[in-house]
Design a protein around this ligand. Structure first.
Ligand SMILES: *[C@@H]1O[C@H](CO)[C@@H](O)[C@H](O)[C@H]1NC(C)=O
Ligand SMILES: *[C@@H]1O[C@H](CO)[C@@H](O)[C@H](O)[C@H]1NC(C)=O
Ligand SMILES: *[C@@H]1O[C@H](CO)[C@@H](O)[C@H](O)[C@H]1NC(C)=O
Ligand SMILES: *[C@@H]1O[C@H](CO)[C@@H](O)[C@H](O)[C@H]1NC(C)=O
Length: 412
């Protein structure tokens, strides 16, 4: 446990101001994303990610209209605790705009406010009479649908559908969500019109001509401090200062339930050993780790010598095993992305923040909890996305990756 003064200092360090907005020539809208690590939650990093996966699978069933098992219904209906690692964007709503600090992620698509700061109605606010409700791995919200002007950096989106929470749980320290997942995930969230989709902020920016392509580019950077780190979210283009070389695209997978998310087909190799044949999974900014099907993890453990660490829930290596750790290779649509040994470990300077031992090496590669063949066999979470620039193209139905100046950095 932390001495109180250290804990206070660390908590204070979490709320460093976001860096100024950078306007990029080939992109009309760029928003900075601030990373927050919740230290009290971080000791259950793996369990948080696992809960999130279960909730995403259950949400997919709701969207698909499939019947839930009792266990799944419990996941959907019961609020789960806070996320350990979150990304926050400042978003304006109304005119004059009230600024809300919204969690931003590709795993959800509804935009809503009112968890922390209460919704402020202005002349642009219109209540539709519909209600809206969403469950997440990290909590849930329910409330009323409004249309209002949403402002992202310099751009305003009039008439954007937003949820205004009357009840929410698991969103302490934030005001709601800025949903940047595919529009498919909004199905089943509105009532009484349960089958309708709610156009996302990205959809409306595109349909109103404010951005010229219906895509999002996301940049994260690895960090070895507990402080806020800045990511960047770009609508309608990409920020060429954030990646190196070409962006390679892969079509969204047709395999359910990954097809509802930013899902792709991918295979995984450790050194020269194939550990996961081509299968479907998702890319998700809201998952901290890189999760693989259980059978792939068994092979990965056998090859690396990693053991499960009881304190952190993560796989653990000795320094000698780490010295021999080979790269993991992710192949999608014929292009291979190399995740170096350094990129496979939790930043050692932050071991104690997750309940770990300073002399051990913890892997950010974890078990998704089910064998491959379920249509949801991996999650390329933040641990992957801090090493590769990612592009989510709704018009095209594709996901793109590019290398960055940090792909092979030895930060950790
Ligand atoms: C951090 O997580 C704990 C436990 O889940 C929660 O009680 C607390 O409200 C969270 N703090 C913030 C700032 O999110
Ligand atoms: C659409 O996706 C394809 C591959 O799926 C890619 O080659 C192309 O560049 C993408 N187009 C745009 C406008 O992003
Ligand atoms: C992905 O894999 C599935 C299952 O093998 C296959 O049906 C599909 O054509 C592949 N490609 C895409 C884009 O879904
Ligand atoms: C984890 O805990 C179990 C039982 O509590 C114990 O049998 C096992 O040896 C522990 N494993 C490690 C790696 O510490």
């Amino acid at each position: 446990m932390f001495p109180t003064t250290l804990l206070t200092a660390l908590l204070l360090a979490l709320f460093v101001a976001a860096k100024p907005i950078v306007q990029v020539r080939d992109s009309p809208v760029t928003l900075p994303l601030s990373r927050r690590v919740n230290i009290t939650s971080a000791q259950n990093l793996y369990q948080h990610d696992l809960n999130r996966v279960k909730a995403m699978k259950a949400r997919a069933k709701v969207v698909l209209g499939d019947e839930l098992t009792l266990e799944e219904a419990a996941i959907v209906n019961e609020p789960v605790d806070n996320q350990a690692v979150t990304y926050i964007a400042s978003v304006g709503v109304g005119s004059p705009a009230t600024t809300y600090q919204l969690l931003s992620g590709t795993g959800s698509s509804n935009t809503w406010v009112g968890a922390g700061r209460a919704y402020v109605r202005t002349s642009t606010s219109q209540q539709t009479g519909n209600s809206v409700a969403v469950s997440y791995g990290s909590g849930s919200f329910s409330g009323n649908e409004f249309t209002d002007t949403v402002t992202l950096a310099s751009l305003s989106i009039p008439g954007q559908s937003i949820g205004v929470a009357t009840r929410s749980s698991g969103f302490e320290g934030t005001d709601g969500i800025l949903g940047i997942g595919p529009v498919d995930l909004t199905r089943g969230t509105l009532s009484p019109a349960v089958n309708s989709l709610i156009p996302t902020v990205t959809d409306n920016l595109f349909s109103s001509g404010r951005i010229t392509s219906n895509e999002i580019g996301i940049s994260f950077e690895p960090t070895n401090t507990i402080e806020v780190e800045n990511g960047e979210l770009t609508w309608g283009g990409t920020d060429s200062s954030k990646f190196t070389g070409a962006i390679n695209f892969t079509p969204r997978t047709s395999t359910s339930p990954s097809s509802l998310f930013w899902g792709i087909n991918q295979s995984v190799r450790y050194g020269s050993t194939n550990i996961l044949g081509t299968t479907a999974g998702i890319v998700d900014t809201g998952t901290t780790l890189l999760l693989l099907a259980s059978n792939a993890i068994t092979l990965y453990q056998r090859a690396t010598g990693a053991v499960l660490d009881n304190n952190t829930g993560l796989l653990r290596l000795t320094p000698a095993q780490f010295a021999n750790l080979q790269s993991l290779f992710f192949t999608t649509n014929g292009v291979t992305y190399e995740l170096t040994a350094n990129a496979q470990i939790w930043p050692r300077a932050l071991n104690s923040a997750i309940g770990g031992n300073a002399n051990s090496v913890y892997l950010i590669v974890g078990d998704i909890g089910t064998p491959s063949g379920e249509g949801f066999d991996f999650v390329n979470g933040y641990a992957f996305l801090e090493r590769f620039y990612s592009v989510f193209d709704s018009a095209n139905g594709s996901v793109g990756f590019a290398t960055t100046p940090f792909t092979t950095a030895t930060t950790n």
